[in-house]
Design a protein around this ligand. Structure first.
Ligand code: KG4
Ligand code: ZN
Length: 347
């Protein structure tokens, strides 16, 4: 069975073809970041308009890559939420319309389910059950994944998501949007021990996170430093030290709480997915858990951030089990992952 996956929840248009026998056949992505960088963040209306421009050419692109005609597609999966309403609607309209024309089933997929299953596209996929640390621009969650649709939320951020904290801190460091990768690059020339920063919520026994205070602490440090130091070279070194120290603080908390989740659940497999799972410092720290008997899994770098392949995969797994939804075009900009279950899947 070949499933066309469509991702359009935010600022990336992703298309992919996934075959239940052969695996991923093709994928294509257009990132709108250059357009939004001018405004320092995603402008929803611009995002929707650009998805409309990209969806059809990218669909043609994946069909060409896979040497497959539209008629050979057996089902369509599109991101139905959570995300920006207008952006979600573009993919949902296209997905439903195409499926209707082809007389094939279509399914609205939960974006976070896509992220947490993404490592299953890799050659050595994780098997259920596992703990998933889901770290993206909009979410930071620890979830026990016992099977498809069997998700138990252990903890989440009570304010900013990890990616959001990266982006906001990067912005005040004068870096361009999206700031996460830029901050990580700046941190490479900094000393992670140079600027003492808090490890929020680590002293609490629960598995929740909070990154808003850490971001404020970093901003306060920068302002205080720049008020007493005018030398551009010293200021530049401090920026790099602050970036490295901030990144280390986020990584320490994410890994610390993941370890706690593994200990509490007695599980020994950890999946890290979502945009922030592309962070090399986070991956290095997680890899160290392997020495303690934990197996760690990530998507390949290009599937950490939003993409169509993870939506095609999640949709294919759901559709293979008989999940289906009616022909109405429904999207859910807010859609808690815990509300999903094994069988019903109607956004
Ligand atoms: O999963 P994603 O593409 O979109 C959402 O569903 O939110 O995640 C995007 C987030 C952004 O906040 C971006 O700055 C962050 O992931 N990100 C990173 C890195 N690459 C992407 N954060 C830290 N280090 C990175 N290397
Ligand atoms: Zn995402």
């Amino acid at each position: 069975m070949i499933t066309l996956g469509i991702e359009s929840s935010c600022d990336e248009t992703g298309l992919a073809l996934y075959c239940t026998n052969k695996g991923l056949l093709a994928h294509a992505l257009f990132s709108q970041t250059d357009q939004h960088a001018l405004y320092g963040g995603v402008v929803p209306e611009l995002a929707s308009r650009d998805h409309v421009r990209r969806l059809v050419p990218l669909t043609r692109d994946v069909c060409k890559q896979a040497n497959c005609t539209l008629n050979e597609i057996d089902s369509v999966a599109f991101t139905a939420g959570p995300g920006l309403a207008g952006a979600l609607l573009t993919g949902a309209m296209m997905g439903r319309g195409l499926a209707w024309a082809l007389q094939k089933p279509a399914l609205g997929v939960h974006h976070l389910e896509g992220h947490l299953l993404a490592p299953m596209l890799e050659p050595d996929p994780p098997v259920f059950p596992f703990v998933c640390l889901l770290v993206s621009g909009g979410h930071t969650q620890l979830v026990v994944v016992r099977g498809l649709g069997q998700y138990e939320l252990l903890g989440e951020s009570i304010d900013d998501a990890a990616g959001e904290a990266f982006d906001k801190t990067a912005k005040m460091l004068g870096l361009s949007y999206p700031g996460g990768p830029e901050l990580a690059r700046l941190a490479e020339c900094g000393d992670a021990a140079a600027v003492p920063l808090p490890r929020p919520m680590m002293d609490r026994p629960n598995l929740d996170f909070s990154f808003s205070g850490l971001k404020t602490a970093a901003i306060t440090r920068l302002k205080a430093f720049n008020q007493t130091n005018n030398d551009p070279t010293t200021q530049e070194r401090f920026r790099a030290d602050l970036a490295a120290s901030f990144q280390q603080a986020v990584v320490d908390v994410l890994i610390g709480k993941s370890q706690r989740a593994l200990a509490q659940t007695g599980l020994s497999r950890l999946v890290i997915s979502g945009g922030v799972s592309a962070n090399q410092q986070l991956r290095a720290a997680a890899d160290e858990l392997e020495t303690r008997g934990i197996s760690v899994f990530y998507p390949r770098l290009e599937f950490c951030t939003d993409n169509g392949a993870m939506i095609a995969l999640a949709g294919a797994l759901r559709l293979a089990r008989g999940d289906a939804s009616d022909m109405s075009v429904n999207v859910k900009p807010r859609w808690p992952l815990e509300s999903l279950n094994e069988h019903t899947y109607q956004p």
